[in-house]
Design a protein around this ligand. Sequence first.
Ligand code: UDP
Length: 471
Amino acid sequence: MKKTVVLYPGLGVGHLTPMVQLAKVFLQHDVDVTVALVEPPIKAPDFSAVVAREAASNPSITFHVLPQSSSAPEASNSDGTPKHHIVQIFDFLGAMKEPLRDFLRSLPAVDALVIDMFCPDALDVAAELELPVYFFYASAAGDLAVFLHMPSFQAKMTTSFQELGDDAVLSLPGAPPFKVVDMPADAIKDSEAAKLIWRMFERMPESDGILVNTFESLETRAVNALRDGLCVPERATPPIYCIGPLVSAGGAEKEHECIRWLDTQPDNSVVFLSFGSLGTFPKKQLQEMAIGLEKSGQRFLWVVRTPPGDDHKFGEPLPEPDLEALLTDGFLERTKERGLVLKSWAPQVDVLHHRATGAFVTHCGWNSTLEGITAGLPLLCWPLYAEQRLNKVFIVEEMKLGVEMRGYNEEIVKAEEVETKVRWVVESEDGQALRERVAAAKERAVEALKEGGSSHAAFVQFLKDLEAVSR
Ligand code: UDP
């Protein structure tokens, strides 16, 4: 009989988009799939737009919006101060246990539940309903190797990360040496948010397996460390299935003004700057970028957002930027022949795959990283938040598919650095060598996904293992 799985992506575009790609893989393998959606408490317009677009273009996937929980969690602490946004996310998703359970019970048959990393409470629901449960890890295997290790690593630490200091070097299985400051900022503080983050990784081994959005040859060291059980030293590591890269194919935005503009530009000439679904900069940094781009003399396509004010809550939508007021005087006019600035959002995948795009300045979010690699573009790494600094370490030092923008970890990335790196990537021989390395990685990604390739084989193995556990 045909199997049915329910995917539970949690919140946020960066988690939803790859989960929808995963849904398509299930369909290709003749498994029915329902995506159980949670309406984000913060009404981010791009989330609703992404859901609407994905639902329209994937009619074979059932999308079901779970009703709000009857026990909505408090957004404030007992002293009236607002809770940290990560605590709010966990509280909110924790309260969704009941609606998720009721929904799963209402279905005639479910063979497995596949959950996002931010939904560890769904493990309890799966246990109650005796359902096989898998995590879908939508970031690098390298991050997973480091983060799965952290609960036991920290249990043995005699000092806190703060006492160790930002520059202390950590050497862990599956990763090149990296600094404490490369870890997610919210995870290395002594805080409720950090406790919840590490609790999430502590619980991951309770699952029947972890599907990772990567491919083996991209992250050999990390995948081997995970498989060899080195990252969860005192417990059994669940099976790890590297089934990626799962990225959207794009192709829907041919009429967008930036695609039309790219149509008029030479091959591989345009540097694309985009910083994920949430990346923002202060005005001073935007101006510095503008000066650097202008001085570089190169072509560019740049997504600019309004700098958040002091009272802005992370993730909340921002108003459209006033480009004239934000960027240096006359910048738009002076660069209009060779540059285009987009307000707030770009059809990123279509831009990356355009023949005119030649390099990608990225915040190193994992979807953007995979989208850049599968488009064969050299990555200029400018990490901002969450696990992006660690991703940068893997991209630059392990994969050798990018270089860092110096100053990302200081107060400002200077105009000269923007100018130098943008020129370097487009004009230099080393920039060309980097392009060739990414082109080779792109080919390996294509091979991995083909029938018989490592990611295809991993998915087939996962389905076999699921068959065995659900018996
Ligand atoms: N994205 C986009 N247009 C934009 C910014 C982002 O289409 O202007 C998409 C991008 O293609 C990617 C996702 O949003 O699929 C961002 O995910 P990522 O993991 O890179 O970063 P996050 O937003 O989670 O930090």
